[in-house]
Design a protein around this ligand. Sequence first.
Ligand code: AVJ
Length: 311
Amino acid sequence: MSHQTEDRFLDDTLSGLQRDPKRLPCKYFYDQRGSQLFDSICQTDDYYLTRTETRVMQQYAKEMGECLGEQVMLVEFGSGSSIKTRDLLDHLHDPAAYVPVDISYEHLMKSAGEIANEYPQIEILPVCADFTGPFPLPESSQKPNHNAVYFPGSTIGNFQVGAAKRLLESIGRMCGKQGGLLIGVDLQKDRDVLEKAYNDEEGVTAEFNLNLLHRMQRELDASIDISAFEHHAFYNEQLGRIEIYLRSRVDQSIGLDGHEVDLVAGELIHTEYSHKYTIDGFATMAAEVGWTLRKVWTDPDAYFAVMHFVI
Ligand code: AVJ
């Protein structure tokens, strides 16, 4: 990892812990271990999102490929293991390039290499970047007709509404004219189903959340009693979002870069939101920053939607 990234992890962690209430940015979940744990979450019975979205992709990839059009440069945000991508790549029409973008370098290069082997006819141009900020698109050898962003996994749900809108707006600017957006959005549903998905029986989500503290020990040399923290996640129905925290079991302090951060028993450190939308609610938000909804695909229970927009 570059020093620049390390510095930002330290600064963001320290300033987040010095706020009231305390918080840590969820993008730091995804170091190598965190990315592996996330992949394991996706395989639990309780986490319905991945398998539901994958089924929607498998069932409708051909239609999606048609919607994305000829000679598209497909830019995938948060590509991770690019599992769902294969269904889409199978159905693109003479694509100019596939650009996987991910913050975890190892994970990105590994899956980009695998994709390159499986799709020798498609130019693969991996970009290691934090897509929450602007980054330049690579040049492909074949000139693209237009750019489209594929943003699966309901990762947009991690952003609060204002930030989600700004991100959708910057995706529009990045794509340029005739840009496309194919985005996976987790839908509002029964509290029980939602809460089980973020409190899986195997405890993988808890481990994923606690990995943030392990990462602080590994990379920032933080002094933390990790066993004195626990995973806490619930659905805030009024705000339509899962809220995830690390809860301190006892009065304790964290040592970080010469600072002491005190916590009282029961105190929460916010780590993640996962917003759940209605199809109309999401389309309205995207329309406010210039996107026109073209098509929506969903599963029979309407748990998850894949939405296609153009600008
Ligand atoms: C990758 C953001 C879609 O919010 O469901 C899963 C992350 N956090 N379990 C989600 C996550 C805890 C996930 N996203």
